[in-house]
Design a binder for this molecule. Structure first.
Ligand SMILES: [Zn+2]
Length: 223
């Protein structure tokens, strides 16, 4: 079911079809296998280095100013509460602005930020070849995905940070050489979730991106 606000705003039948297809795809996505506990993986393997702890602090500060929310624990709920009354077009504009602010906070220079409707299952992705951030506008049509979309921005931007940091002249953050080597190796040997969910959640660049997004916007009840 779409939000009531959504159905009154999305007048284009074509858009409604795409949104419905996306919601159906997301709900039909295979659940994370029983032997995989993302929190457990992160507790065991996510070790943010000094540069990341600094970035996490800066992103939290940016979000607490944007949402007027003092504690990270309340952030997920506050994001949902503040974005729910917005129309979908307002949510799209808000997320585009927030993504730009997040990129600036992280020191990432993107070629473009696209918030577009697509029935592809992703909520967002970073295109390393084009250096562009993509957010799926379908995710903004259901309040259940609003806080998740904010988390997705930081997840995908962390992939942009990784991609820049492994370049010879791109490591503006001062990541240690062993971290950059692990990311470079992980990128060359990337494991899609659809191929191997276990491998997907255990590869260095995903542990780093999931750990990063969850440190900035913790899942309610996960601490
Ligand atoms: Zn990722």
């Amino acid at each position: 079911m779409l939000d009531p606000v959504t159905t009154t705003i999305l007048v284009s039948a074509g858009v409604l079809v795409v949104v419905d297809a996306w919601l159906e795809n997301r709900r039909a996505m295979p659940p994370v296998p029983e032997n995989i506990d993302v929190n457990e993986i992160l507790a065991a393997h996510y070790r943010p280095c000094e540069a990341d702890r600094r970035l996490i602090g800066q992103c939290r500060q940016m979000l607490s100013l944007t949402f007027g929310c003092k504690t990270a624990e309340q952030l997920e709920r506050t994001i949902t509460e503040q974005m729910t009354p917005m129309t979908v077009d307002e949510r799209i504009a808000f997320i585009r602005t927030l993504a730009g602010q997040a990129a600036a906070t992280l020191g990432v220079r993107l070629n473009d930020i696209k918030v577009e409707y697509t029935s592809a299952t992703y909520a967002g992705h970073y295109n390393i070849r084009r250096n562009t951030l993509h957010v799926n506008a379908c995710a903004l049509c259901d309040r259940a995905y609003l806080a998740e979309t904010v988390r997705t921005i930081f997840h995908e931007l962390k992939h942009a940070v990784q991609a820049a940091a492994i370049r010879r002249d791109g490591n503006a953050w001062g990541y240690p050489v062993e971290v950059r080597a692990a990311w470079a190796h992980s990128m060359r040997n990337y494991i899609p979730a659809s191929v191997d969910p276990y491998g997907y959640f255990h590869q260095p660049i995903e542990i780093d991106a999931f750990g990063f997004e969850n440190s900035i916007v913790p899942h309610a009840g996960s601490h």
